[in-house]
Design a protein around this ligand. Structure first.
Ligand code: AMP
Length: 216
C-alpha cells in the first residue's frame, strides 16, 4: 500500500482521538496525537511538559514553536515510514505552514485532511461527561458509553480519570480557541484540495466508516 499521511481536524470532543486510534489500526498507520505527546511530557516532568501544562489547564494553545519542534521530531522517526494520522496537529495556520515546509524538504506531503464536524452543544455534553483510561487512553462517557465497572477501563482494567481541561470553563475556552485559531485551517486545506468534511454526530462506527471511505 502507498504511504498515507492524514490529518484529523475537528474541535475538542469531535472524536479525533477515538477515530484516529481505530483508523490507525485498520489502515496500518501510526497515530500521532499532539495532546498525548504533551501529556506524556507532563508525566515525565520535562521542561516542555511543565511549560505546556499552564496553557493546557486553561484551555489555551501551547505556543507554536514548542509544538512544531515536538511534531517535526516525531514525524522524522523510522516507525512512520508507511504513514501516519495526525490528531490535534496542526491547530494554527502557522503550524500548518511549518508542517508543509518540513514535509516538502523531505519530498513528502499530506494526502488528506478529514474535518470532523460536531455542534458546540454536543461537544459540551461529550466533554463534560468524559472519562479516560490512564493506561490505554480509551475514552468513556458517563451517560453515552459508561464503563462496565465504575472507574475501570473495559479494555485494560486501567484507572479512569477526568482530564483537568475537561472542566466546564476550560471546555468553553477550548471551543472558542478552536473557532478563532483552528477554524482557518478549513479554508487553508480546502484551497489545497485535500479537505473532506465528515458528519461527526453519528455513532462511532458510522463516523469511522465515513472517515475510512474519505481517506482511502
Ligand atoms: P487535545 O488532547 O488534542 O485535546 O489537546 C489538549 C491540549 O494540548 C490543548 O487544549 C492545547 O492546550 C494542547 N495542544 C495539543 N495540540 C496542540 C497544538 N497542535 N497546538 C497547540 N496546543 C496544542
Amino acid at each position: 500500500m502507498d504511504t498515507l499521511r492524514i490529518i484529523l481536524l475537528g474541535p475538542p470532543g469531535a472524536g479525533k482521538g477515538t477515530q484516529a486510534k481505530s483508523m490507525s489500526e485498520s489502515l496500518g498507520l501510526v497515530h500521532i496525537s499532539s495532546g498525548d505527546l504533551l501529556r506524556d511530557h507532563q508525566n515525565r516532568g520535562t521542561e516542555l511538559g511543565m511549560t505546556a501544562r499552564d496553557y493546557m489547564k486553561k484551555g489555551l494553545l501551547v505556543p507554536d514553536n514548542l509544538i512544531i519542534g515536538m511534531i517535526e521530531e516525531r514525524i522524522k522517526m523510522e516507525d512512520v515510514e508507511s504513514g501516519y494520522i495526525l490528531d490535534g496537529f496542526p491547530r494554527t495556520v502557522q503550524q500548518a505552514q511549518s508542517l508543509e515546509k518540513a514535509l516538502e524538504n523531505q519530498g513528502e506531503s499530506i494526502d488528506k485532511v478529514a474535518n470532523i464536524v460536531v455542534s458546540d452543544q454536543e461537544l459540551i455534553h461529550r466533554l463534560g461527561g468524559r472519562w479516560i483510561c490512564r493506561q490505554c487512553q480509551q475514552p468513556f462517557h458517563e451517560i453515552n458509553s459508561p464503563p462496565q465497572i465504575e472507574g475501570k477501563c473495559d479494555t485494560c482494567n486501567g484507572e479512569l480519570y477526568q482530564r483537568e481541561d475537561d472542566t466546564s470553563d476550560a471546555v468553553v475556552q477550548r471551543i472558542k480557541v478552536f473557532g478563532e485559531q483552528t477554524n482557518p485551517l478549513i479554508e487553508y486545506y480546502s484551497t489545497r484540495g485535500t479537505l473532506v468534511s465528515i458528519d461527526g454526530e453519528g455513532s462511532i462506527e458510522q463516523v469511522r466508516q465515513s472517515l475510512i471511505g474519505a481517506v482511502s
